[in-house]
Design a binder for this molecule. Structure first.
Ligand code: TXA
Ligand code: MG
Length: 337
């Protein structure tokens, strides 16, 4: 299959391009598209066969459910059985935007989307291309992040192309995504809401609206509440070492692995502090966690492409999106020092 990459305006998505993309979706095909968080790999959520293609293309385990993307309230109602009271102010405040809510599902949503479960994760993206695509297709779009399973999430069309060239017909290139880490996932089907995945919208942001919630803690045995959390994630090919101990700790790691091809991801303030390494990549300024989140996955892919053995990543400040970013860096890490 030939994979087309088509540039599309994020300000005013060209109608013609959207029409071509929606035609593919309606015919049971896959389209990769930008959202405000990361790129998604989409199919008609009502079409079990089309959704099956997503799992196959990504190499995704069948027990890891997908997020369904909607463009309006009517579409939400076609997917979920009921809307809990707490969902209403949350949707009002954060939709469209990077908050995914887990609801009870309607039976029209095929089991392949929800991995056989009776709940469905839904979000309304705020990116104009994602929005135009869903509205144009006229159906909810099931879409995981558009990366091969276990690879870093894609924040540019080029990343999607690297993973799916020859496997999908179309990638809509809307440029670099704005947030760079995936949406916050909140389960509202339990008595006390549970935060299943951290994102730009934080626990505090949510609690300001609906009061106290719980944070999901990883279980090693028994039922897994958020299946996505149990798999190895965002893994670069190199070994990633997350360093919390500052400049001196980084220097110790450099000397310990001096025979290896070491890459460092750090802040602009520290870039002249290190020597004897292959490359130094910059998150941005230390205080700018928004920039760090935006750049992280892309930098990981760059390290892999340029043949890193070891990637040293300096810890970021855990405020706002920084907390979600530290969660992603920790998941990618094989060592934390
Ligand atoms: O920002 C995002 O959410 C991106 C863009 C494309 O929208 N999508 C994304 O999808 O990150 P994915 O498939 O990479 O991550 C979905 C996460 C997984 O951790 C999955 O286990 C969880 O959501 N999830 C999906 N359905 C669920 C459900 N019914 N109950 C609990 N967790 C669910
Ligand atoms: Mg993903």
């Amino acid at each position: 299959m030939k994979t087309k990459v088509i540039k599309i305006s994020s300000k005013e998505p060209e109608k013609k391009i959207i029409q071509n993309a929606t035609k593919i979706i309606k015919n049971g095909g896959l389209v990769a598209f930008p959202t405000e968080t990361v790129y998604g790999l989409g199919a008609n959520a009502f079409d079990a066969k089309a959704v099956g293609k997503i799992f196959k293309a990504k190499g995704r385990p069948a027990d890891n459910p997908l997020i369904v993307h909607v463009s309006d309230k009517r579409m939400l109602n076609s997917v979920v059985k009921e809307i809990p009271l707490k969902a209403i102010p949350l949707m009002k405040k954060f939709w469209p935007g990077p908050l995914t809510i887990v609801f009870r599902k309607k039976k029209q949503i095929p089991n392949v989307v929800t991995a056989g479960g009776d709940t469905v994760a839904v979000r309304m993206p705020s990116h104009s291309v994602a929005f135009a695509l869903i509205r144009g297709a006229g159906v909810p779009i099931a879409a995981p992040s558009a990366n091969t399973s276990t690879r870093p999430s894609p924040t540019e069309a080029r990343h999607v192309y690297d993973d799916f060239n020859g496997k999908i017909p179309l990638i809509l290139d809307g440029g670099k995504t704005n947030i760079g880490v995936e949406s916050t996932v909140l389960d509202l089907t339990t008595k006390i809401p549970i935060l299943l995945r951290k994102g730009k919208i934080t626990k505090k942001d949510i609690e300001k609206v609906i009061g106290s919630i719980q944070v999901h803690v990883k279980k090693t045995k028994g039922v897994v509440k958020s299946p996505g959390q149990k798999y190895k994630h965002y893994a670069p090919k190199a070994s990633l070492i997350l360093v919390r101990g500052g400049i001196q700790a980084v220097k110790r790691i450099i000397s310990r692995y001096s025979k290896k091809k070491i890459f460092i991801i750090t802040f602009s303030e520290n870039k002249d502090k290190y020597s004897g390494v292959h490359e130094i990549y910059i998150f941005g300024k230390k205080q700018n966690t928004i920039a760090a989140a935006k750049n992280f996955f892309s930098l990981l892919r760059k390290c892999d492409k340029n043949g890193a053995d070891i990637i040293i990543v300096e810890a970021v400040i855990e405020n706002g999106v920084g907390e979600a970013l530290m969660d992603r860096i920790s998941r990618a890490a094989s060592m934390i020092v």
